[in-house]
Write a protein that binds this ligand. Structure first.
Ligand SMILES: *Cc1c(COP(=O)(O)O)cnc(C)c1O
Length: 381
């Protein structure tokens, strides 16, 4: 499939030529660990053992590379497995990483509790301010890590400006593109070195699979990452790869609806008397709305807000919705609601990444927007 095709076409076809044996129009689930060799070392299509490569995973990996505009995609068992593989490829004891002051709690935990035990240092910066990131660099800094939009406060960071900061220091910029998906935002084209995904979220899109991905446009780095993917072994299995590919086929239409519904939800919340603040990059009052408008196609499905009545009221709202399901995760077709302080971001308590106690996070799904607005109105009381 030529890279000249549009995103919607690549999503459905890249990496997914009809099966040469049967003509099956989607890649079969190659539920297999090992492959017959035609004489020692006589591999058919390069397959010898499914940790190293599996045809269903290859289809997903080629698709991911095409969608993010990279030379190579790699699929992992989870987003955190992808992050761990990336960090242990790029970093050695004594190296330093700049991390954002707003990030997925599990990413923060990986830095603070796991990677730090191997002598990797980290410090926190406001990545929405390129000057603050530049000021946080040390001689030992190897990586700037950024989430945009960020989880759960929907902060925006200027990818092109941060690529400039990173490259003028001779270091790498990593973008966690989970909230936007490649349909809304293409970090590699803006100068990022590596894109990270929790494919569990919008890429899979149906709350039925956990997975992660790395994509890069740097061929030498791609080789190193692929080596570590095999050496460390946290690969995506064939069925998980197949489910993720199945989800990706509808990514463009889903994201259009997620964004449209979330814009309406944000408007409702802005004018509600019990809501004190709304975090959504599509709102003109978002401090980096202009940057978001420049680097994103639309603003995505995630909305967070704070309420006047503190934690008690925030929890009460989470307990009262009927269409929005109370649960962690995000990016599925169904709407979800959660309390980050007590749920997804509990691991940030007491740190610089601690989230407000009166914060509620919504993953706005693709149900009827009227049903979603009515549900929030009744839950807010
Ligand atoms: C969920 C998430 C992750 C971690 O991915 P898993 O698939 O849960 O391991 C990383 N980054 C962001 C922004 C996430 O939302």
């Amino acid at each position: 499939m030529s890279d000249q095709h549009a995103f919607e076409t690549l999503a459905i076809h890249a990496g997914q030529e009809p099966d040469p044996l049967t003509g099956a129009v989607v890649p079969p689930i190659y539920q297999v660990s090992t492959y017959k060799q035609d004489g020692v070392g006589g591999l058919r299509g390069g397959y010898e053992y499914s940790r190293s490569a599996n045809p269903t995973r290859t289809a997903l990996e080629e698709n991911l590379a095409a969608l993010e505009g990279g030379v190579r995609g790699l699929a992992f068992a989870s987003g955190l497995a992808a992050e761990d593989t990336l960090l242990r490829t790029l970093l050695a004891p004594g190296d330093h990483v700049v991390i954002p002051n707003d990030a997925y709690g599990g990413t923060f935990r990986l830095f603070a509790k796991v990677i730090s035990r191997w002598g990797v240092e980290w410090s926190v910066a406001d990545t929405s301010d390129p000057a603050a990131v530049r000021a946080a660099l040390r001689p030992s800094t190897k990586v700037i890590w950024v989430e945009t939009p960020s989880n759960p406060l929907l902060g925006i960071s200027d990818i092109a400006a941060l690529a400039e900061v990173a490259h003028s220091a001779g270091i790498r910029l990593v973008i966690d593109n989970t909230f936007a998906s490649p349909y809304l935002q293409q970090p590699l084209a803006l100068g990022a070195d590596v894109v990270v995904h929790s494919t569990t979220k919008y890429m899979g899109g149906h709350s039925d699979v956990v997975g992660g991905a790395l994509i890069t446009a740097d061929a030498a780095l791609a080789e190193e990452l692929a080596y570590h993917q095999n050496a460390m072994g946290a690969v995506a299995g064939p069925f998980d790869s197949w489910l993720t590919l199945r989800g990706i086929k509808t990514l463009a239409v889903r994201m259009d609806r997620h964004s449209a519904n979330a814009e309406r939800v944000a408007e409702l919340l802005v004018s509600h008397p019990k809501v004190t603040q709304v975090y959504y990059p599509g709102l003109p009052e978002h401090p980096l709305h202009e940057v978001a408008a420049k680097q994103m196609k639309s603003f995505g499905g995630m909305v967070s807000f704070r309420v006047a009545g503190g934690q008690e009221q925030a929890v009460e709202i989470c307990n009262r919705t009927e269409v929005f399901t109370l649960g962690e995760s995000l990016g599925g077709v169904e709407s979800l609601i959660e309390h980050p302080g007590l749920m997804t971001h509990a691991s940030t308590a007491g740190s610089q990444l601690e989230v407000p106690a009166d914060l509620v996070r919504l993953s706005v799904g693709i149900e009827s927007v009227d049903d979603l607005l009515a549900d929030l109105t009744q839950a807010l009381g």
